[in-house]
Ligand binder design. Structure first.
Ligand code: NAP
Length: 281
């Protein structure tokens, strides 16, 4: 890999894939790493770390939630001469009331942020709220395609952020000066309820998607009937809890601060996603 190459970990995921595409569009040298990526990298196999880091000068890190592997990985990166790190984190991780952290995700993200800040490298932290792409390639995608979003989210809202904006911020931090030492909290321009999100997607996709609010108990029971263990079903309910409580409804200025432009709206996300055929039958 050439000098100044950029390592992207989580290169097949929602943010990493878009980061890779944007870097390549700028003709920058990229190592796209994941277990099933162009370059094989596995967080749980530290024997794959050195080959990923060799020759890299900048790294975008999407971590394995529920672990504390970023700290040893960053130490390894320092020995390889990496100079700049951009870490994927999340909004709300330092708010003790944000969510029930049964999987240790928030604790892991906090440790990763501390490791990056203490690394002595140039660092930038991306802290997005709920991704709009959860409706098209994440948690809610299958339900949207089936036409019915059955969730214990009440009339809660979130300021969903478009992963294209996340990727644009990450690429700016990886490739331009002026972002070192910044923690960018990222959101869309306003809060959107689940009912509004379903209506916006329905209009963009040209077919009906309904939001059906469920109680937590009914949601967990449905998931268990679908074959999930009670523990996993409860963990999914925990993930939705911040939505129900409106904890992600606030708007953050990270996109504006990093890119000097406003974030994309949920309607823009829905229109471009529908145009790309993500919700076609
Ligand atoms: N989704 C949201 O709304 C949201 C909001 C705020 C923060 N976050 C945080 O953002 C991060 C997720 O980012 P994302 O949505 O861009 O990713 P993502 O779409 O969840 O994709 C995860 C990426 O990690 C790779 N991966 C999974 N297990 C791996 C392993 N053992 N070793 C190496 N690579 C592995 C996957 O590829 P392979 O399977 O090929 O390895 C994939 O490229 C998480 O830390 C999450 O907590 C998410």
């Amino acid at each position: 890999m050439p000098e100044q190459a950029i390592l992207v970990i989580g290169a097949t995921g929602k943010s990493g894939r878009r980061v890779v595409n944007r870097l390549r569009a700028e003709r920058l040298p990229v190592r796209a790493a994941a277990r099933n990526g162009e370059h094989r990298f596995d967080w749980t196999d530290s024997g794959t770390w050195d080959a990923a880091l060799e020759g890299a000068r900048s790294v975008y890190i999407v971590q394995l939630d529920g672990t504390k592997l970023v700290r040893p990985f960053v130490e390894r990166a320092v020995t390889h001469g990496v100079r700049r790190i951009v870490l994927a984190s999340g909004r709300g991780i330092d708010d003790p009331g944000y969510a029930n952290d049964s999987g240790g995700t928030l604790e892991g993200l906090l440790d990763s942020e501390a490791a990056v800040r203490e690394s002595g490298l140039e660092w930038t932290i991306s802290r997005p709220g709920w991704f709009a792409q959860n409706f098209s390639e994440g948690f809610f995608a299958d339900a949207v395609r089936a036409g019915e979003l059955r969730l214990p989210a009440g009339d809660g809202a979130a300021s969903f952020v478009d992963a294209e904006d996340i990727a644009a911020v990450v690429v700016a931090a990886l490739t331009k000066d002026g972002h070192a030492g910044q923690t960018y909290e990222l959101s869309g321009p306003r809060a959107v309820t689940l009912a509004e999100a379903a209506a916006t997607i329905s209009e963009a996709a040209g077919r009906e998607v309904r939001y059906v609010p469920l109680s937590v108990e009914d949601y967990v029971a449905e998931l268990v009937r679908q074959g999930l263990s009670p523990t996993d079903a409860a963990a999914f309910a925990d993930v939705v809890e911040p939505l129900r409580k409106g904890r992600d409804a606030y708007v953050s200025d990270g996109v504006q601060r990093a890119l000097a432009r406003p974030p994309r709206s949920f309607a823009e996300f829905a229109e471009s996603t529908a145009a790309a055929g993500a919700w076609s039958a």
